[in-house]
Design a protein around this ligand. Structure first.
Ligand code: ADE
Length: 229
């Protein structure tokens, strides 16, 4: 059972990603709950202000420390988090190993930044882990949080069945996945490799492994170890 809270500036961006397919199944089975909390509820004054100009000048606003601290403290009183994760382009780059680790946790708080980011003092005081979903800049952390929840949610024990097992995913063994085919066996003049129709499971497994290695060597040699395997 994994409980994920997401502190968002634009909660509407997270309206639907968790209500379909695997994540919905995970929620229906009681294996995953996702709550989205609007940071503005903790904003200051009549206008519920949550951002302000950056000290030292420059374009772009910064999320103020007080609303974030109030939200984090209130939520932490209700749930004690295993990790408080800030989604940010300068965090460690998300990969399958991080997703695996996080899927074994019980309670996560994800903080979505916006504009120029959040006041540095929140990062040092509360945040336990900082994650980027890639070397590009999004307009806010919400879509990054959705990506992270998807990558984690599908790994929660019990969410996938045998057919969708995560064990055969790309990256799970440092290899990209091999090519896959479905019916018809011949389509627009192109045939499925004979081996896949042979019924020899051990040979099929060997073929898939060879294909995975060839594909990884061609496309992502950086994933291969020194022996080229
Ligand atoms: N917020 C803005 N860009 C981001 C990124 N690449 N990863 C995570 N959070 C972000």
């Amino acid at each position: 059972m994994l409980e994920i809270d997401i502190l968002a500036v634009i909660p509407g961006l997270l309206d639907s990603p968790f209500s379909h397919s695997m994540l919905k199944r995970a929620a229906d089975q009681g294996l995953l709950t996702v709550r989205v909390i609007d940071l503005r509820e903790y904003g200051a004054g009549k206008y519920k202000q949550i951002d302000d100009y950056a000290f030292g000048g420059g374009a772009g606003m910064v999320l103020m420390p007080q609303p974030l601290a109030d939200a984090i403290r209130e939520l932490s009183r209700e749930r004690s988090y295993d990790e408080i994760i800030y989604l940010t382009p300068d965090g460690e780059t998300l990969n399958q190993s991080i997703a695996n680790q996080l899927s074994l946790k019980s309670r996560l708080l994800l903080i979505c930044g916006h504009y120029k980011g959040i006041d540095e003092r929140i990062r040092t005081k509360f945040v336990t882990r900082e994650i980027s979903i890639g070397d590009y800049v999004l307009s806010g952390g919400e879509l990054a949080a959705a990506v992270l929840v998807d990558a984690i949610g599908r790994l929660i024990p019990g969410v996938l069945n045998d057919e969708t097992s995560a064990l055969t995913d790309s990256f799970q063994d440092q290899l990209l996945a091999p090519p896959v085919y479905t019916r018809p066996a011949e389509w627009e003049g192109e045939k499925v490799p004979d081996i896949l129709l042979s019924g020899h499971q051990a040979k099929i497994d060997d073929w898939r492994h060879e294909q995975a290695i060839a594909r990884t060597r061609a496309r992502r040699p950086d994933l291969m170890n020194d022996e080229g395997l």
